[in-house]
Write a protein that binds this ligand. Sequence first.
Ligand SMILES: Nc1ncnc2c1ncn2[C@@H]1O[C@H](COP(=O)(O)OP(=O)(O)OP(=O)(O)O)[C@@H](O)[C@H]1O
Length: 214
Amino acid sequence: MIEMKHVEKSYRQVPVLRDVNFRIERGEYVFLKGDSGSGKSTLLKILYRDIEDYSGEVTLDGKPLRSLARYESRRIAGTIFQTFELLGRKTVYENVALAGEVIGRREDEIKQETLNLLHRVGLSGKQDRYPHELSGGEQQRVAIARALLNKPKVLLADEPTGNLDPANAEKILDLLKQLNEEEGITMFIVTHAEELSHKYQARTLYVREGRVEE
Ligand SMILES: Nc1ncnc2c1ncn2[C@@H]1O[C@H](COP(=O)(O)OP(=O)(O)OP(=O)(O)O)[C@@H](O)[C@H]1O
């Protein structure tokens, strides 16, 4: 589902990723760890097409990443972030539905799926609230619903629990695990939450000295 071969990335001649090689199969639930500044976000940014100037080969869903248009790869791989990235002037419902509107999906379909997803992530009844009227954990649930609206095969999560207290962090990781098991969505999660991630006995990759190790 995700593969990197000999991936290298430098910022102004300073190498961050030196020779990254790994493979994640469809349906896996994988954590990505590493020291601060080791290159975890950089690696994820390559996958969600925020960084295009790297060398090496990246494959997403069996296709070379470079052969896919950005919008195609972003439909295959949804994203969530530490900072949630919700639109403050839009309601919960609108934040999620917008993901369908921008790619021109039918309104009735968007409505049904948005409501289903909000229920799925535990936010039924909060659809008309604004992000600032929600807890951090709830905001991250909105972001998860938004990321899932267009049925991605992979969810790329950059520190999804970084702004949450331990109890809410655990609930978010539980939800991601549930979505992985029940919907078969491949999960690739950057996390520092050491004590929490042990609970899942998940495969863990480490970025060390510009390489990825098991
Ligand atoms: N746009 C940029 N320009 C120059 N250097 C950058 C840029 N983005 C990141 N870096 C540097 O690249 C290195 C890797 O950064 P990256 O954000 O990928 O690390 P990280 O492992 O995600 O760190 P953290 O755990 O602190 O979020 C760091 O030394 C960082 O300072």
